[in-house]
Design a protein around this ligand. Structure first.
Ligand code: KG4
Ligand code: ZN
Length: 335
């Protein structure tokens, strides 16, 4: 069974092909980063138009990579939400066209669940119950996948998403877009202890996170240093900021795992590509005797393979979507 997955929810036009739910056959990404970089963020109209140009050539490249053609494909999966409405519409319309023309089942995929389920391509079938931290440009949530595979949200950010905080601070530091990988790189040369930035809600007894105060604290500290005429070591700021953001995610996620009695932890989403987040989770889950499942970096950031994997799971239980599939820019992770 070959499932082709289409991802156009944000700024990557991506197509993946997965065989029999667990085997990656193709993963092709046409990135729009350079188009959006001059604006310092993703421009929705620019994204939708670029998806339109790139999508069908990306499908073709993925088919070549998998060594076949559309006639070999058994189902078409596509991200139906959450994401930018215009961008989602390009992918869903194209997926409907392909499904109709080739008489194939259509599978509407939840982008956030797909970030979690992609772990099955490298770690084999997920064996819930497990806890997952889903951290991306638009989302920061701690969720449980129960025995029956159903997702339940324990908590999440009450203001900025983790990726958003990385991108905003990077912009303030004059780093290019997207800022997460830039901060990650710069932080390697910095001192994590140089500044002590706040860890909001760390011990509030909930699974909520708040990151906007951290962002304000970093900006205020930079202004104070500048006003005092002191030299600012950007690598130290990056390392200390990153440590604060990583700290709250590690502490809250592993506390959730302990309190819910779960010994498997999945890291998911673009921010899961962060080297310090991966390092801290690896060390602490090992010390606790927990199993950590973290996708390789190309499968953390947006990709088509995750959509194909999640779609293959839907196909396996007969949950196909009709051609009436609608996009939902606010599709929740749980429910
Ligand atoms: O999942 P994703 O590719 O797209 C969304 O669904 O949002 O996540 C993109 C986010 C961006 O905010 C980007 O800066 C962040 O992931 N990101 C990182 C790293 N790589 C990507 N953040 C921190 N460290 C990284 N290495
Ligand atoms: Zn994503």
């Amino acid at each position: 069974m070959l499932v082709l997955g289409i991802e156009t929810s944000c700024d990557e036009t991506a197509v993946g092909i997965v065989e029999d739910r667990f085997h990656l056959r193709a993963n092709v990404i046409a990135s729009q980063v350079e188009l959006h970089a001059p604006y310092g963020g993703v421009v929705p109209e620019v994204a939708a138009r670029a998806h339109l140009d790139a999508l069908l050539p990306t499908v073709d490249t993925a088919l070549v990579q998998a060594g076949g053609g559309l006639t070999d494909i058994d189902a078409i999966a596509v991200t139906a939400g959450p994401g930018l409405v215009g961008a989602l519409l390009v992918g869903v319309s194209a997926a409907k066209g392909l499904a109709l023309a080739h008489d194939l089942p259509l599978l509407g995929v939840n982008h956030l669940r797909a970030h979690v389920e992609v772990a099955q391509l490298e770690h084999g079938e997920l064996a819930p119950p497990l806890v997952a931290l889903v951290v991306s440009g638009g989302h920061t949530s701690i969720v449980v996948m129960d025995d029956d595979g159903v997702f339940r949200e324990l908590g999440g950010t009450i203001d900025d998403a983790a990726g958003e905080a990385f991108d905003k601070i990077a912009r303030y530091l004059g780093l290019p877009f997207p800022g997460g990988p830039e901060i990650d790189r710069l932080a390697r040369e910095g001192d994590r202890e140089a500044f002590h930035f706040p860890r909001a809600l760390l011990n509030d007894g909930t699974y909520r996170l708040s990151l906007s105060g951290l962002k304000t604290a970093v900006i205020r500290e930079l202004r104070r240093l500048e006003a005092a005429g002191q030299e600012v070591v950007l690598a130290d700021v990056a390392a200390s900021f990153q440590e604060a953001i990583v700290d709250v995610q590690v502490v809250k996620t592993l506390r959730a795992a302990a309190e819910q009695g779960l010994d498997q932890v999945v890291l998911a989403g673009g921010v899961a590509a962060n080297s310090r987040l991966r390092e801290r989770f690896a060390a602490e889950t090992e010390a606790n005797g927990q199993r950590l499942l973290v996708p390789s970096i190309p499968l953390c950031t947006d990709n088509g393979a995750m959509v194909a994997a999640s779609g293959a799971n839907l196909l396996a239980v007969g949950r196909t979507s009709g051609l009436g599939l609608a996009v939902d820019p606010n599709l929740p992770l749980a429910g």
